[in-house]
Ligand binder design. Structure first.
Ligand SMILES: [Zn+2]
Length: 239
């Protein structure tokens, strides 16, 4: 319904509030940064090499919140495109690659009516296939118990909250045997969530090659936007 209303009533930019555009070009610019390693400091032992496109904050925060909390579904196109770039960097441009989304907490899924990261992963896989990298999404992980929202928790409390919180779906794991497996999430903060997810995969005999995210909260020196790079037309948020 929200998506339908967005089509009828123009909205303001989710990043800066500019009138009548869902995401203005300057707020989309950080998504064009070259993806790079995004190790948290400190990094939890067992975290597969993490990649991110940009630092979390400013317009990127606005765009992600617009998608996750305000249900502005058109934003999944540029954000998913950026996630695809991050995956490409994580596998060095080689495929086939299998994207395993970090599952959203059940409460968040209920509130949003969907799993946002899974949708972003689907857009990212489409972007990779479009550029010749075979990519599939396999939602092989699920929560094994309820967890609290990690926002606002420090690293130690986060680790306690998420310890052993993920497990695998057995049938889905069978689809992970041949491809490079990359864990995907919208954000990397302390790396605890991704580490727990990698541990759950490892317990099922699956090695996570890397992690790919859109933004890193602790990234100190984000790469610069790439020259005159532009989002492909299909990745622009339509209104
Ligand atoms: Zn803007």
């Amino acid at each position: 319904m929200k998506a339908l209303l967005d089509l009828v009533f123009p909205v303001d930019c989710a990043g800066c509030g500019a009138r009548s555009v869902l995401a203005c070009s300057s707020c989309l610019t950080p998504l064009l940064c070259a993806p790079g390693p995004a190790w948290p400091r400190p990094s939890p032992p067992g975290l597969p090499p993490p990649f991110a496109v940009t630092a979390y904050g400013g317009s990127v925060r606005g765009l992600l919140l617009g998608l996750k909390e305000d249900g502005l579904l058109a934003l999944q196109r540029p954000l998913g495109w950026a996630l695809g770039q991050s995956v490409r960097a994580a596998v060095g441009g080689a495929g086939p690659v299998c994207l395993v989304p970090v599952p959203s907490a059940r409460a968040a899924q209920r509130r949003r009516g969907e799993d946002v990261v899974r949708r972003l992963a689907s857009v990212a896989a489409g972007e990779l296939r479009r550029s010749g990298v075979p990519a599939t999404v396999v939602p092989a992980l699920r929560h094994s118990r309820a967890v609290a929202d990690s926002a606002g928790l420090d690293a130690r409390a986060r680790a306690r909250n998420l310890s052993g919180a993920f497990t695998t779906r057995r049938r889905a794991v069978d689809r992970l045997r041949v491809d490079r497996v990359v864990l995907v999430d919208d954000l990397i903060t302390t790396g605890v969530t991704l580490t727990e997810c990698a541990a759950a995969l490892a317990a099922a005999g699956v090695h996570a090659h890397a992690c790919a995210t859109i933004a890193a909260t602790q990234r100190r020196s984000p790469h610069s936007p790439r020259g005159s790079a532009q989002l492909p037309p299909w990745a622009l948020p339509s209104q």
